[in-house]
Ligand binder design. Structure first.
Ligand code: ADP
Length: 682
């Protein structure tokens, strides 16, 4: 205090203090007597001058429980000034406890000795400022949370501004109204200015996040197109999208999506409209559509999503289309599927079965065909071990080794073996192939492959082998006989015996005939196998042909050939081949029915066909053998017959008749004889 100029008395200071706008009070002693308080402070407290001279606790009882008294005490004792801004104090004003906000300071006033003599208490009521700040912050956060709304508000406000301007004109008649409107307008304008400022900041943030979003869209590896909901105008589109639809960027500019991609409108406009109306996104997988890409119509497959982008009021503002061209994948997959289908068809049509063993569980999975081959009920569970048990004992080891080797060497295997089907049917020959498959650690996981029933071809192979040995054997007999005749002729060439010579020549001729017949059969067989049997058709009378054929039998005189039936009937056929068939049948009758004195030819016309038959009264043929007579290499037990052939005669005959479009067959009864017949179209 002693620093103050001496002409400022305490009273004067108090007077100055009392007139100061800042609320000021001085508190002293432990009871914090209110030494003085200016009008401003008394107004803040909501009291009157009577509080001066009272301890503060008594003057302002409502402060009890609030921190201020304690703070004052501490300033008095410590000499440390305490200040605060926007500090709330609850004060009793007009008998009501209300919150106020203050910037305050409790400043310790010290004497020369440095002792605290009193506390200078200044306070500024900042309630109004504080509340407006708080509102501002609220507004700011509201605005931040709803920046779209603000944009809209901004527009609305602008509109309101216009409306107000209009209203302004309208209301010019009413001064009062106008005044109040103007006042409102001013307030609105102020608010607007404030909002605009905040909006600017937000817009800046928005611009930043929009830039970020744009970067994401631009660089996205998938096609993205943003379409405004209310008019379908394209707002934004990235290069990937342009590539999907095959358009230039310029073609998308300032256009609706269907102006830009008209070829997709018919199919997809309704879908997009639905997304806009319902707000439910739509996603499509592998949609096939026709797109005009760079002027060329192309069929493409696209995965895409129509994703609604919403306002805060939940209305759909835009549609984001995200699209990926998956044509290549789809086509690749289709190719694989087609290849698989082809493979499956091939496997099925080859009557092939497939199989797969899970090595860890021993479980065997086999296809339906493989089930049939094994005589296993459809869908029955099978183990690999159980399947091995079906293999004929002599082949088990071979199959086991093949599989083991395949696992070891990683090569595929192929093996042939016999199984005894589970249903007890006849043993079958199988050919199985397979290959092992491994996991990442190179551990074998499974073995799978195909299998096919080769019983028939095995039997056929057997037949062929038999045939070769029979053919060689059959050839050897006449060759040996011819050789013997030639040796004898050689020995007697200097002095030929007139009795023996003709016999040797006859023997040689018979042997040669036999060899020729066998060779002729073999030649016919190979011709037939190569499909080279050609017919040279002419018109001839059947009876004439029959009368001229088989003179060797007539000359031999052992059998009588008797012609019955229609002697006029003519056919259009290869006479030489038909003759061959008749000769074969007659020769068979001679060979296998040697005691049948008579051999009957019969010719008749049945519908549009000529039916020709050769009947003997020999031993006949057992019924179970009849069905096989026309098969290649088939011979019934021929041991009893000297001249039995290669089992080819009837097979070749059947081929000749079939080639003519006719039928061939046999009726026979044991002990009564056989009738071989065939038909020819007239
Ligand atoms: P092959 O060359 O052995 O004679 P084929 O095909 O001509 O062959 O005849 C097949 C089989 O039919 C003969 O092996 C024979 O057992 C039987 N066969 C053919 N014709 C007669 C017949 N007339 N009487 C009895 N068996 C016959």
């Amino acid at each position: 205090m002693s620093n103050y100029p001496s002409h400022f008395s305490s009273d004067l200071l108090l007077t100055i203090l009392s007139q100061a706008k800042t609320a000021t009070a001085i508190h002293s002693t432990d009871d914090m007597i209110i030494e003085t308080a200016n009008d401003a402070m008394i107004a803040v407290w909501g009291k009157d001058k009577s509080v001066i001279g009272k301890p503060i606790e008594e003057a302002l009882p409502e402060l009890k429980g609030q921190p201020f008294l304690g703070l004052l005490q501490s300033v008095l004792h410590t000499g440390q000034t305490i200040a605060g801004t926007d500090t709330m104090a609850e004060l009793m004003v007009d008998g009501e406890l209300k919150p106020f906000y203050f910037d305050f300071e409790y400043r310790a006033i010290k004497n020369d000795a440095g002792e605290v003599i009193c506390v200078l208490h200044t306070a500024t009521d900042v309630t109004a400022r504080y509340l407006s700040r708080r509102r501002e912050i609220e507004l700011e956060s509201e605005l931040q949370a709803a920046n779209e709304e603000l944009a809209a508000t901004n527009e609305e406000l602008a509109a309101a501004n216009e409306e107000l301007a209009a209203a302004n004109e309208e209301m010019s008649s009413s001064n009062e109204e106008l005044a109040s409107t103007l006042e409102e307008l001013t307030v609105t304008n102020e608010e607007l200015a404030e909002s605009q400022e905040i909006l600017q900041t937000l817009n800046y943030n928005l611009a930043e996040s929009e830039a970020r979003f744009r970067a994401v869209v631009t660089q996205a590896p998938v096609g993205v197109c943003i379409i405004r909901a209310h008019d379908l105008m394209i707002q934004d589109v990235n290069d990937a999208y342009l590539k999907v639809v095959g358009k230039e960027r310029a073609a998308m500019h300032n256009r609706t999506i269907w102006q830009a991609v008209p070829e997709a409108a018919a199919a997809y406009a309704p879908i997009m409209n639905k997304v806009i109306n319902t707000g439910v996104s739509f996603s499509a997988t592998e949609h096939e559509l026709q797109l005009v890409r760079n002027g060329v119509i192309q069929s493409v497959f696209v995965n895409f999503v129509y994703e609604p982008v919403r306002f805060d009021d939940n209305s759909v503002k835009a549609i984001m289309v995200v699209a990926v061209d998956v044509t290549e994948q789809v086509e690749a997959r289709r190719q694989i599927e087609a290849a698989e289908e082809m493979l499956r068809l091939a496997i099925d049509s080859a009557n092939m079965g497939t199989w797969m063993v899970d090595l860890a569980t021993d479980k065997l999975t086999i296809s339906e065909q493989a089930e049939k081959i094994h005589g296993v009920a459809h869908g029955a569970a099978m183990t690999f071990t159980a399947a091995l048990n079906l293999i004929a004992p002599e082949h088990v080891e071979k199959v086991g080794n093949a599989i083991e080797q395949a696992i070891k060497t990683k090569n595929s295997f192929e093996t042939e073996y016999i199984i005894n089907p589970l249903d007890g049917s006849k043993p079958r020959w199988l050919k199985a192939t397979g290959k092992a498959y491994y996991d990442d650690q190179d551990k074998p996981v499974s073995v799978s492959g195909t299998m096919i029933d080769i019983t028939e071809s095995k039997a056929y192979d057997q037949q062929k082998d038999d045939f070769i040995s029979i053919a060689s054997h059959e050839l050897k007999t006449p060759v040996t006989s011819l050789k013997a005749a030639l040796q004898l002729l050689d020995r007697m060439k200097a002095n030929p015996s007139p009795q023996v010579l003709p016999k040797l020549i006859e023997q040689s001729n018979r042997s040669m005939d036999k060899i020729s017949t066998l060779i002729e059969d073999l030649l016919n067989l190979s011709r037939m196998n190569e499909g080279q049997l050609k017919l040279d058709k002419t018109k001839f009378t059947i009876a004439d042909m029959l009368n001229q054929c088989c003179n060797h039998v007539r000359v031999a005189g052992k059998h009588e050939l008797i012609l019955q039936g229609d002697e006029q009937l003519e056919v259009m056929a290869d006479e030489h081949r038909v003759d061959q068939v008749i000769v074969n049948m007659v020769n068979n009758a001679v060979k296998y029915a040697p005691n049948s004195k008579q051999i009957f030819f019969n010719v008749e016309k049945i519908d549009n066909m000529a039916r020709i038959s050769v009947r003997d009264t020999g031993p006949g043929i057992a019924p179970d053998k009849l069905a096989h007579l026309f098969e290649r290499y088939y011979r019934t037990d021929a041991s009893g017959y000297q001249n039995s052939g290669l089992g080819l005669g009837l097979y070749i005959s059947a081929e000749i008749i079939r080639k003519h479009g006719g039928e061939i067959g046999v009726d026979s009864e044991l002990g009564k004889g056989s009738t071989f017949w065939f038909t020819l179209p007239l």
